[in-house]
Design a protein around this ligand. Structure first.
Ligand SMILES: Nc1nc2c(ncn2[C@@H]2O[C@H](COP(=O)(O)OP(=O)(O)OP(=O)(O)O)[C@@H](O)[C@H]2O)c(=O)[nH]1
Ligand SMILES: [Mg+2]
Length: 653
């Protein structure tokens, strides 16, 4: 049996969930076709998903094609839920990028395709909605090449485009000759020598290039009428690679989703190597955990299983400490997915002020399973804030709090999230038994800048054997944690931490007494001291506050162009504007903080017909205004004297 773990990705409303439903129906897994509009699909199962007709969390469903088991992950397309897509990307063998034949290639489509290519995930394109009025064919193929910058080969072509009767017919392999000879030297040589290439060789070349992610086969079709879907389905095991990995190797699996649909916690994993079995004990992020049960998927239903093998997706019970993104067993890859960080943050408060503690606990629990939700509590005002990708996410968090925790909350206005980037290299060290250091520990750290998206790494320049392992763990956890607040209070997403000094006082006893804490190092000595050293090293390294920059796209009636350019010129940078028929499309970049102002002006400037889309592209140093600060937690190790008074009870010299 071969396995194919397949992601369905696209911009919002392109038809991912409808296509997933249609694939499950075509494969015979379900006997009745559900619909997004009736709220009856297999993969949009949340209340809010059904009510609003959008996907919020990714969902898994599996079916067989011949000797292949395909596990589909239907992902959300709304930019607010990009983090959910990011997790799925880490466990895929291949993907189907859905593009609407009517709306065409969107900014979000470009972001997804860029990411898929960077991660080398072979991807087929499904051009959906050929039955809808306004569906395009030739122009759309040209857009795929030009706007996505990819090589494509159309595997079918639509007939009666834009009508309910729309169908598809197979493309002639000879049509691929051009693109295939451009990418495949062997094929080109053969063509030059003999003047033609037989069809089987064209197909073999297409298969090779597609499985390597160098060409993207395109299928036209409709998830609603079913046109083109069986062709897509037959091509999946042909044109996409199946899962690699060996059952004989040591287990290696990755957590990509955790949910709790009103019952016990469900941990979704993809097994890369080896076999997971109930009752086996496996390391999860360095700590041993015991698997108590396993499930696989039959359609969208979880079914008990007595093992999960290399290549499979399933559910694991028992490993309740595992967070999303964690490796079970041996980590298999270290590639950073590198999708956007949240651009926004909002203060959240319970309707009943007395329940603030409960709210903080609930949000911490949600964030605990999910490293991309960041929760913080202001140390003076005790305000609780959460990071966001967009406004819709407020509703999702609000609904989860109400349904799972019985907490009614209100959100304050959304503000822009900033990050800090390390600008130089900085070192600091505190040595044990010296006057300046009240803790029984030696800790030295160096902080260096790291590339965007690299995350935080921790390395040792001291011997691992120089201290008990628990002290190293205390240093690493505290140092990494310290970077959740930079010098101006914003998180530092990327940096290299290097431990340069270590030392401790071994456990000892007086002649007649037992273990004396005052003479032996403890974990707290290391935690308190590391926070201080990390703050000093960070101050020496220096940081710059960066704000989120978005790419925007505004579509409006063409006669509004000059008014729009006038306003945009003051608020954003303008990349270009293109008038096609009655419409103008203006694109460019803008500081995220200005987006609400633009959003407010557009309706008045466009007879109410303007449409603004935006998506995060990068963080950039704040230029035009004073960089905002955010409160740092207290006691703050940047204020050495107060910090030592609060933690050690005294402030030496
Ligand atoms: N006419 C037509 N409508 C379609 C087709 N596919 C999807 N739709 C409709 O488009 C809308 C969105 O479909 P979904 O399947 O929810 O799209 P999605 O990509 O899963 O949306 P998100 O998960 O929210 O990003 C629904 O109203 C569908 O009925 C199609 O092939 N033809
Ligand atoms: Mg969907």
């Amino acid at each position: 049996m071969a396995f194919l773990n397949l992601g369905i990705l696209a911009h919002v409303d392109a038809g991912k969930t409808s296509l997933t439903e249609r694939l499950l129906f075509t494969a015979g897994v379900i006997s009745e076709l559900g619909s997004v509009d009736a709220g009856s699909t297999q993969t949009d199962t949340g209340d809010l998903e059904r009510r609003r007709g959008i996907t919020i969390t990714s969902a898994v469903a599996s079916f067989d094609i011949g000797d292949h088991t395909v596990s589909l992950i239907d992902t959300p397309g709304h930019p607010d839920f990009i983090a959910e897509v990011e997790r799925a990307l880490g466990v895929l063998d291949g993907a189907v990028l859905v593009v609407s034949a009517v709306e065409g290639v969107q900014a979000h489509t470009r972001l997804l395709m860029r990411t898929l290519r960077r991660l080398r995930i072979p991807t087929l394109v499904f051009v959906n909605k050929i039955d809808r009025t306004g569906a395009r064919d030739t122009g759309l193929r040209a857009d795929l090449e030009a706007k996505l910058g990819i090589a494509i080969a159309a595997l079918n072509r639509p007939t009666a485009l834009g009508t309910r009767r729309s169908s598809v017919s197979d493309a002639e392999p000879a049509e691929w000759l051009d693109v295939l000879t451009r990418l495949d030297d062997r094929l080109l040589r053969r063509f030059v020598e003999r003047g033609s290439v037989p069809e089987p060789q064209l197909r073999a070349s297409l298969r090779r290039l597609s499985r390597a992610g160098r060409i993207h086969p395109v299928f036209f079709g409709s998830a609603i009428t079913g046109a083109g879907v069986s062709q897509l389905m037959a091509a999946l095991p042909q044109l996409l690679p199946s899962a690699r990995g060996s059952v004989g190797a040591a287990p290696s699996a990755r957590v990509f989703k955790i949910d709790q649909p009103g019952g016990p916690r469900r941990t979704y994993v993809r097994v890369f190597d080896g076999v997971l079995e109930p009752r086996s004990v496996v390391p999860v992020a360095g700590v041993d955990g015991k698997i108590t049960g396993l499930s696989g998927f039959a359609g969208s239903r979880a079914v008990p299983r007595d093992s999960l093998r290399a290549g499979e997706i399933g559910l694991v019970r028992g490993l309740n400490k595992a967070r999303i993104g964690a490796w079970i067993g041996r980590p298999d890859q270290t590639a950073q997915i590198g999708l956007p960080l949240p651009s926004w943050e909002t203060v959240v408060a319970p309707l009943d002020a007395a329940r603030a503690g409960e709210l903080y606990a609930a949000l911490t629990e949600i964030a605990d399973a999910d490293p991309l939700i960041m929760v913080r509590r202001d140390s003076d005002r005790h305000e609780i804030s959460v990071s966001l990708y967009g406004e819709v996410q407020k509703e999702v968090i609000g609904t989860r709090l109400a349904e799972e925790y019985g907490l009614e909350v209100v959100f304050a206005e959304t503000t822009t999230m900033h990050v800090e980037r390390v600008t130089g290299t900085g070192s600091a060290a505190e040595i044990i038994f010296t006057a300046a250091n009240p803790f029984l520990a030696t800790v030295g750290l160096r902080i260096e800048p790291a590339p965007v998206g690299a995350g935080i790494s921790f390395a040792l320049e001291v011997e691992r054997g120089s201290m008990p392992a628990a002290f190293f763990t205390a240093v690493e956890d505290t140092a990494v944690g310290a970077l959740s607040q930079g010098l101006s209070g914003w998180p530092v997403p990327d940096a290299k931490l290097i431990m340069t000094h270590s030392g401790y006082a071994p456990r000892q006893s007086h002649a007649h007494a037992k273990f004396d804490k005052s003479m032996s190092s403890t974990g707290s000595d290391f935690r308190f001291l590391t926070a201080l050293v990390a703050a000093e090293a960070l101050r020496a390294a220096g940081t710059v506050v960066c704000e989120p920059i978005h790419a925007y796209r505004i579509e409006a009636p063409a006669d509004c162009l000059s008014g729009l350019l006038d306003v945009l010129g003051r608020l954003a940078s303008i990349g270009g504007s293109v008038v096609t028929g009655p419409l103008v499309v203006i694109t460019g970049e803008v500081a995220a903080a200005r987006l609400p102002a633009i959003g407010r002006r557009i309706p008045g400037l466009s007879h109410g017909e303007g449409l603004v889309e935006s998506s995060f592209i990068r963080f950039e140093p704040v230029r035009d205004t004073v960089a905002p600060r955010r409160d740092r937690h207290r006691p703050d190790p940047l204020e050495r004297r107060n910090y030592l008074l609060a933690t050690a009870g005294r402030a030496p010299g």
